[in-house]
Design a protein around this ligand. Structure first.
Ligand code: ATP
Length: 503
């Protein structure tokens, strides 16, 4: 069996070789934490977003969509708490200039494993005894102050305590002892300026989440759509976080995409909707092919909860580099609407005509990352097996067992050999199919190699036009996973595919 990192290496190389994912600005050495999706990746990502939008928005009666701007009035981020509190604690190595997130050390110890992976885990275990104490102290202090992890480096005692730890701990990257700084709070928002003046009055931020665009538009949507509670507002869009340590391929990026729902309901119904959404979102991943035994729901412990959340659960996936968060589902109470009401002076309340009650709705938030979903689907899909080559001899093959709904290319059409009639029929079939599905035509090289290329791209079906087609107007349709080949008459191809592709 592959070691986890071998599997990641193979996946990363396949993604580059076949055009799923490239390093951003690669010809200039790349940019840490930024990635580009190539021709196959963009289709996969688009499928993920379209399926989410269909399942969360258009197929429901209680959901509407929104597309808010990325740069917003900076007051939004003051009200949301991001300007003051959206910080991670970072530790620097004075020797090798490595930079690490201190809260990951906290989790690593608590869960008995490293979230950073690699050499960091050596460091964690080397000082495990001492850190065990440290985490206990942190936990206690967090409990006492009702603070969330992201805020804890503002806490002076903790910083001091950590200094003792860091003096003895070797750097996880270069092993130098005593080279680590104390943790410092580092705000994750990208700052920029709006307009020609570059002074403090023009400071704005790239949004670190899409959620706030929804909250500030709550009244606009409510008033224009004549909605009744409970209802949700959904948004897909880019978010930016200046992560201290981008890592694990696209898992932790600095520019990424989110798919978020803010589901508004009466406070008395919030617990019920919270239960509903944690199950609905878990099932969504399973239905698209993630194995349920690789997924888990991890409830946040009371002291881990963000100050605004009443309850929160992470949907986690067993990535090759460790079990990590795909999506968070939180009961955010009326925190956000209340804060925006306070900071903007605008009324954010909801009036119920029937009960004559006026109140601030509670919000359940399923917040998912597009890139992390894509990565989980890619990890799950990567498979190696054996398949007969052109001479019928078994040969190792790599295939991406993507769910047909996610597959970038749904069907490929080949003439067996480059003969006029075969090419002509194959072109005709391709023309007919491409209006409905993403279909690909290929006539280059041996047919076995063409199959392999489609296996690596995750294409569920390949249609081959051969000698027999010229006689009886039938083609072979080959299944990517089972390798079974069905003989299907040309006028039944569309029916066959819609049956097997599920749309
Ligand atoms: P983490 O603890 O991993 O930093 P988080 O708890 O800060 O994540 P949320 O603020 O809950 O994440 O964001 C919601 C979702 O957005 C996450 O579940 C994840 O899928 C995605 N996400 C957050 N940060 C990143 C990132 N840096 N790169 C890619 N996706 C991200």
């Amino acid at each position: 069996m592959d070691k986890p990192n071998d599997l990641m290496d193979k996946l990363v190389s396949l993604c580059k070789r076949r055009g799923f994912i490239f390093q951003s600005s690669e010809i200039y050495g790349g940019l840490n934490g930024c990635w580009d999706y190539g021709p196959l990746g963009v289709e996969l990502k688009r499928n993920v977003k379209n399926l989410w939008w269909r399942d969360m928005v258009t197929s429901r009666d209680d959901m509407v969509g929104l597309d808010a701007s990325i740069i917003m009035n900076p007051k939004v981020w003051e009200a949301s708490g991001h300007v003051g509190g959206f910080a991670d604690p970072m530790i620097d190595c004075k020797k090798c200039k490595g930079r690490f997130r201190a809260d990951q050390l906290y989790y690593a110890v608590r869960e008995g494993q490293s979230r950073q992976g690699g050499s960091a885990s050596v460091w964690f275990s080397a000082i495990a005894d001492k850190v065990e104490d440290a985490s206990a102290v942190m936990e206690l202090q967090l409990k006492k102050k009702g603070r969330q992890i992201r805020e804890w480096t503002n806490d002076f005692e903790l910083v001091r305590y950590d200094q003792e730890q860091s003096e003895q701990a070797p750097c996880p990257a270069c092993d130098e002892k005593g080279s680590l700084t104390v943790p410092r709070a580092f705000n994750l928002m990208f700052k920029t300026h709006c307009g020609a003046m570059e002074d403090s009055s023009s400071v704005t931020y790239l949004r670190p989440e899409t959620a706030q665009g929804i909250f500030v538009n709550f009244k606009n949507v409510l008033d224009t759509q004549r909605l009744k509670l409970p209802f949700g507002i959904a948004q897909i869009g880019k978010a930016f976080r200046n992560e201290i340590n981008p890592r694990n391929y696209t898992f932790r990026s600095r520019e990424f995409e989110m798919m978020e729902v803010e589901y508004f309901c009466h406070p008395s119904q919030a617990d019920q909707w919270y239960q509903y959404w944690r199950k609905a979102r878990f099932d969504w991943y399973v239905n698209l092919g993630l194995r349920s035994d690789r997924l888990r729901l991890r409830d946040h412990e009371k002291d881990e909860l963000a100050h605004y959340a009443k309850s929160c659960v992470d949907i986690e996936y067993a990535f090759p580099f460790g079990v990590s968060e795909l999506e968070g589902v939180a009961n955010r109470t009326d925190f956000d609407l209340k804060r925006h009401q306070e900071y903007s002076g605008r009324d954010m309340s909801y009036y119920d005509d029937q009960t004559k009650e006026r109140f601030l709705p509670y919000v359940i938030e399923p917040s998912a990352g597009v890139d992390r979903s894509v990565l989980a689907f890619l990890c799950e899909a990567y498979t190696e097996d054996e398949a007969p080559d052109d001479k019928g001899l078994p040969q190792k093959r790599v295939l991406m067992r993507l769910h047909p709904k996610l597959a970038p290319i749904k069907v490929a059409v080949f003439p067996l050999v480059k003969k006029d009639r075969m090419q002509e029929i194959a072109h005709k079939i391709h023309e007919q199919l491409k209006g409905r599905w993403n279909a690909f035509y290929d006539e280059k090289g041996a047919v076995g190699r063409r199959y392999r290329r489609q296996d690596e791209a995750g294409t569920p079906f390949c249609i081959t036009v051969d000698g027999q087609t010229l006689e009886d107007q039938t083609v072979t349709i080959r299944d990517r996973d089972s390798l079974a080949q069905d003989r299907v008459s040309c006028d039944r191809i569309v029916d066959y595919l819609s049956e097997h592709l599920g749309n």
